[in-house]
Design a protein around this ligand. Structure first.
Ligand code: GLN
Length: 446
């Protein structure tokens, strides 16, 4: 733990991944663990872990990278934190992100700009940019992120590490500051596939405090790691290599498909015809849910309150106007509009119907295949500032990850070589609750 803090101090001036450090408590925990002794059964005991700042941590500042929560010290732990403690892992600090997880570059953080671990002029991706850059830069061996439309997989891809968004319901969302509740899911980011499976083992499982958490048994996700991919049937959707995908990314993914063939799997082209509507559907559903979830930030219950008030209405309006950043306001307006009485049928309801079609595309492919592969993102990491004034371009960057959240499926990104000197992420998409097969395939590739 001490060595990792040294490493954080040495590299933080170039990476800027952390919003808060938990040094004193972490070293205390490590010391207590030394005295207690570590048993081989508990592979994660004493391993430092970083936590995305939208996961609430008791007595440790939790801001979701928003001015709105600049002084929020939670009085309870998220369920995943209880699990982290049960595994004797050591939380070392809170990681930067896009404000309320809205974004794909960590440029929407109110506090700082995290840099890509490979090139300081490039974004680390987002919204879990701090979680990915910190692991890639060797500041920590593992972190937790959250993924609503790609926020674990895309930053993992941009930093050349392993990131897993588990099946919706696999991990409790209790204590995850909600963005879009029907899509949000917490997951691990690590350097290796095995580490990732171990962390998922530790944080999964039913939780009575989350009504959407699944009452499923949690298998040992490391169990099938050594089994290889001989005979596995893998699908490659043609829509995932079409328009808008960089040539270098496409090349790396086709090469990965060949690697799987050489390892004994079959890889065949399939179609997900409705995936092209994913981005449109997502920005209606996610923004609608966000506009509702973010109503609680009213200047009274949490964090920031405007000084500039004379009436109660001023407290609400001015606190929200001054406390939220532009992207968050954009989503609240979009969501409020699509939920409004006159437009509900045309937008929110329609989006729900198309969401079902997107899910059915996947169901159909999974009748014949064990897994789907494709790129995690259409490009490698882009430059800091490059897309900041073009929200639409930013939204389109999620087109390969979003359908997976809409269908509630597990998706992960693993390193698949370089393009222009920057990492490309191979996305693996599995059947509901079949993360073990994805780890098996990821391990064979690694
Ligand atoms: N980039 C997407 C968005 O801005 C996804 C974010 C996420 O998964 N939290 O909504």
């Amino acid at each position: 733990t001490k060595a990792f803090f040294d490493r954080i101090k040495e590299t933080e001036p170039t990476i800027d991944a952390f919003l808060a450090l938990n040094e004193e408590k972490a070293l205390e925990m490590a010391k207590a663990l030394d005295l207690k002794g570590i048993t081989p059964e508990n592979a994660l005991a004493g391993i430092p872990i970083g936590i995305k700042d939208n996961i609430v941590t008791k007595d440790l500042r939790t801001t979701a990278a928003s001015k709105m929560l600049y002084n929020f010290d939670p009085i309870y732990d998220a369920t995943v934190m209880e699990k982290v403690y049960q595994a004797d892992m050591i939380p070392v600090g809170k990681l930067n992100m896009d404000e309320f997880a809205m974004g794909g570059s960590t440029e929407n953080s109110h506090f700082k700009q995290t840099k890509n671990a490979w090139a300081q002029t490039k974004v680390p991706g987002g919204s879990s940019g701090g979680s990915a850059a910190a692991v890639a830069a060797g500041q920590i061996p593992a972190s937790l992120g959250s993924d609503t439309g790609g926020s674990i997989r895309q930053p993992a891809a941009f930093n050349g590490i392993v990131g897993m968004k588990p099946t919706y319901g696999r991990i409790s969302r209790f204590g995850l500051i909600a963005f879009a509740s029907s899509l949000d899911q917490i997951g691990p980011l690590t350097r290796t596939v095995k580490d990732n499976a171990l962390v998922l083992n530790a944080i999964s499982g039913y939780d009575a405090k989350d009504a959407t958490s699944a009452g499923r048994l949690v298998p040992d996700f490391t169990e099938k790691l050594d089994q290889g991919v001989k005979g596995m049937k893998i699908a490659l959707p043609k829509e995932y290599l079409g328009e808008g995908i960089d040539a270098g990314v496409k090349e790396a993914i086709l090469k990965a498909a060949d690697t799987y063939r050489k390892l004994g799997a079959t890889v065949e082209e399939v179609s997900l015809p409705h995936s092209k509507y994913g981005v449109a559907v997502y920005y209606i559903i996610a923004s609608s849910e966000a506009s509702s979830n973010l109503q609680r930030f009213d200047g009274i219950r949490y964090g920031f309150r405007s000084e500039n008030v004379s009436t109660l209405d001023d407290v609400y309006v001015n606190s929200r106007s001054e406390g939220f950043g532009d992207e968050v306001k954009r989503r609240i307006m979009l969501g409020t509009f699509s939920l409004s009485a006159g437009y509900y049928d045309a937008y929110f309801k329609k989006a729900g119907q198309v969401r079902t079609l997107i899910k059915q595309d996947f169901d159909k492919v999974f009748e014949d295949y064990d897994m789907i592969i494709g790129p995690a993102a259409p490009t490698v990491a882009f430059g800091i500032g490059e897309n900041i004034n073009n929200p639409l371009a930013m939204y389109l960057a999620d087109l390969l990850t979003i359908p997976v959240n809409l269908a509630g499926l597990p998706g992960m990104s693993i390193p698949a070589g370089l393009s222009n000197g920057l990492p490309v992420g191979l996305q693996l998409i599995g059947k509901h609750f079949d993360e073990a097969t994805m780890y098996q395939a990821a391990y064979a590739f690694e």
